[in-house]
Design a protein around this ligand. Structure first.
Ligand code: BV8
Ligand code: ZN
Length: 260
């Protein structure tokens, strides 16, 4: 194994491009790290300003909403305001290009995301599986009405439904079950793929964190891109230390050269 980090990185990139060329179907799981280069703080980044004294793990729960619906919806509204200023980065755009290239070649492609910012859709990705819902969709806790809300900020917290009920973000909170059909589709996409890529996720939140193991058990090649080591790192074929916004475009440019 070479000691030269640049040469090692170059070899890792070539291996991943080869996996992409050879795989009949590719499944990608993204986490908050993919949106980091768009300026959206990751879940584990220290909260800033007003929110510095709150732990996201505490606020992203049904108990927090029941206890203080105004505080929790103001936190989400602040995140919506932040997201509204942010644009997809080269990592998001590379994944949209990859989907076009693979589906254009008659191959399978599934994008599974833990992110709630919808930047993948804004970048052109089609039909991503949103395991944890979306910051932009809000559900009435009384009548269940659910709709996309793009007005930023809300006039009141919590925002209200026409029926007078409180609206909550249609995200999956800690302790809540993931939407069954979405989780089942993600599980199948992990089990049946030839290549699984875990991008920008700390691989700590379940059940999303199990998808890499499911893919490997199904015989897939496995790849991880993350500046830091995660619990998945020792278990994948290639774990690259780096930023997705930088590395994904490089990998795809190598793929374009090697693809038949
Ligand atoms: C459930 C929406 C059951 C809300 C989110 C088993 C063991 C232990 C605990 C559990 C378990 N099973 C379930 C649990 C409990 C819990 C859990 O997993 N806890 C963990 C913390 C131990 N899971 C749940 O509660 C789930 N529900 O299992 O329900 C059930 C079943 C039936 C009936 C009732 C209940 C629900 C989990 C979903 C929670 N909601 N989001 C919101 O966003 O406000 S999760 C939230 O945190 C995000 O969506 C995201 O998914 C997650 C954070 O993970 P990451 O995306 O990885 O982000 P993170 O900040 O952690 O890491 C960023 C990474 O990026 C880092 O590694 C960093 O190095 C890297 N990075 C930084 N810059 C870059 C980069 N990478 C690449 N490029 C860069 N430039
Ligand atoms: Zn209502």
């Amino acid at each position: 194994m070479t000691r030269d980090p640049d040469l090692q990185l170059e070899r890792q990139i070539e291996r991943i491009a080869g996996f992409l060329r050879d795989a009949g179907s590719v499944t990608v799981l993204t986490g908050a790290g993919v949106s980091a280069e768009s300026g959206i703080p990751t879940f584990r980044d220290a909260q800033t300003g007003l929110w510095a004294k709150y732990d996201p793990m505490e606020l992203a729960t049904p108990q927090a909403f029941a206890r203080d619906p105004s505080l929790v919806t103001r936190w989400y509204d602040e995140r919506r305001r932040k997201c509204a200023e942010c644009k997809p980065n080269p990592g998001h755009l590379a994944l949209a290009w990859l989907q076009d290239a693979l589906e254009g070649a008659g191959k399978g492609f599934t994008l599974i995301t833990q992110n709630v910012d919808r930047l993948h859709q804004e970048a052109g990705s089609r039909d991503p599986l949103e395991l944890h819902g979306s910051l932009w969709v809000w559900r009435c806790t009384s009548c269940g009405d659910e709709r996309e809300e793009r007005q930023v900020p809300f006039p009141e917290h919590p925002p209200r439904c026409e029926c007078g009920g409180m609206r909550r973000p249609a995200v999956v909170w800690f302790g809540e079950a993931l939407p069954e059909p979405v989780l089942a589709a993600a599980w199948r996409a992990a089990e049946g793929c030839g290549l699984f890529m875990s991008l920008g996720t700390s691989s700590l939140v379940e059940p999303a964190a199990s998808l890499g193991r499911v893919a490997a058990a199904g015989g897939a090649r496995t790849v991880e891109i993350n500046p830091r080591e995660t619990p998945l790192s020792p278990r994948v074929d290639v774990s690259v230390r780096g930023a997705t916004g930088e590395l994904l475009p490089v990998i795809l440019s190598v793929l374009e050269q090697v693809a038949p």
